[in-house]
Design a binder for this molecule. Structure first.
Ligand code: HPA
Length: 274
């Protein structure tokens, strides 16, 4: 059995044989946010099923692709569709594409997600630039053998989200009259949405938004010293209870799609500026 580094190198070598440019920026698209790709000048689209080493779904027809192209004046590689722990993947599987991106030359990553608001100031459709997170998923992507060529055994998580990109993101939102907060993202397993007591608990522990992705990806990006910018679309409110939505997956997808152009605007402008 190949070790993790060999698997990453194999995937990266395969992708390199298909592409002819350098891609320094990664983008991960959250649920309902796929329309960002309509702003890309696409060079190449490669289904996950064609990439050796990428997780294979045993459960359902597996969609998603890596899209190589240009946006905001930069060459980007975009994950259109991500792997979630609740689907049954291991945390190594969930984060494998980020490892491969690093080996393709990605130094900066922009991560998006749909999430539930737990801050009284947040409304459905608002954006939140993530400034910190609380990792509450049940498995950690760095558990097990550490490969020193990937990163340190005990990574520092003192400043996981790049402060310069947070500042620029907020300024872009303000210049474009987009309501955009900053806050703490709580990463949970799912797939249930939270009970009222859970939303309140996460609020009390310091969370502003909760979702089922992102934190493992950020951990692995930081392990490999990739700079991170992350943004949540608030698709539903969970706390305070009086204004809580009766959330469903369809509701999340609908609200994410409505807010997607605002998020895309920020990401495109940010790519231009950095
Ligand atoms: N909770 C967890 N995950 C989510 C939510 C939520 O309220 N909304 C979108 N993803």
């Amino acid at each position: 059995m190949e070790n993790l580094v060999e698997q990453i190198k194999k995937s990266a070598a395969h992708l390199r044989s298909k592409i002819s440019a350098e891609y320094g920026y990664g983008v991960i698209l959250g649920s309902g946010l796929g329309n960002l790709t309509s702003q890309m000048k696409v060079h190449q689209q490669i289904p996950y099923t064609d990439i050796p080493g990428f997780p294979v779904s045993t459960v359902e027809g597996h969609k998603g692709s890596l899209i190589f192209g240009e946006m905001g004046g930069k060459n980007i590689v975009c994950m259109n569709g991500r792997f979630h722990y609740y689907e049954g993947y291991s945390m190594h599987d969930v984060t494998f594409p980020i490892r491969v991106m690093k080996f393709l030359g990605v130094h900066t990553i922009m991560i998006s997600n749909a999430s539930g608001g737990m801050n009284a100031a947040f409304e459905v459709g608002d954006l939140m630039i993530i400034t910190d997170h609380i990792y509450l998923q049940p498995e950690h992507p760095l558990r097990g053998k550490n490969y020193d060529e990937l990163g340190p055994r005990f990574p520092n998580m003192n400043q996981p989200y790049d402060p310069e990109m947070v500042k620029r993101g907020l300024a872009i939102a303000s210049a474009n009259h987009i309501t955009c907060h900053t806050g703490v993202y709580v990463g949970v397993q799912g797939p249930t949405f939270e009970t009222p007591a859970e939303y309140r608990c996460f609020h009390l522990m310091g969370g502003d938004a909760v979702g089922m992705s992102t934190t493992p990806e950020v951990v692995v990006a930081r392990h490999m010293d990739i700079k991170v910018f992350a943004i949540s679309v608030i698709t539903d409110v969970g706390y305070p209870f009086e204004k809580a939505d009766n959330v469903s997956h369809a509701f999340v997808l609908e609200k994410a799609a409505e807010a997607e152009p605002k998020m895309t605007k920020i990401i495109v402008e940010l790519l231009h500026q950095i």
